[in-house]
Unconditional design. Structure first.
Length: 157
């Protein structure tokens, strides 16, 4: 496969991150899904990748592009041309989590990335698709074992 220079640099950087033991569980998920997204972008020389179900490939891309907006699992399944049950089964088989849990983890990883890059807690929450600020703080603390503000101070954002 081939990637642009920028995408190749990001790909190598993400791969390198996996060799370090400093990533939280959510950061690992985010990095993994970003790698999947980059691989999807790559030119496979006309070959069709049949290792992931088409609804999963579509869903990961859709979720990544619409993270800041409400995402309905029913609409996602409809757009992916599968039933909700099939979509949920494929997510469990592929990621060992439901689509809802995948979206939440993806949003938390995005929020952490935004906080690390200097965004305010409110901005990171909003841009990551959390409609309820207090719910964001509770979920962030659950996954990162610290509040978003403390995380921001810790990573120097």
């Amino acid at each position: 496969f081939s990637l642009s220079k920028e995408d190749t640099d990001e790909f190598v950087s993400l791969c390198y991150k996996f060799t370090e033991d400093t990533l939280s569980e959510t950061e690992k998920y985010y990095s993994f899904f970003r790698l999947v997204s980059l691989l999807k972008k790559a030119d496979a020389g006309g070959r069709v990748d049949r290792t992931l179900p088409g609804d999963i490939v579509f869903s990961v891309d859709y979720i990544g592009k619409n993270l800041a907006f409400p995402i309905s699992i029913n609409l996602l399944a409809k757009e992916a041309n599968v039933s909700v049950n099939t979509l949920e089964r494929h997510f469990m088989q592929t990621f060992n989590m439901s689509p809802h849990e995948y979206i939440k983890k993806k949003r938390l990883a995005n929020a952490a990335k935004l906080l690390a890059s200097g965004h305010t807690v409110a901005s990171a929450s909003e841009k990551s698709g959390f409609s309820d600020y207090s719910n964001f703080i509770v979920n962030f603390k659950k996954y990162y074992n610290m509040t978003p503000f403390k995380y921001k101070k810790t990573v120097g954002g």
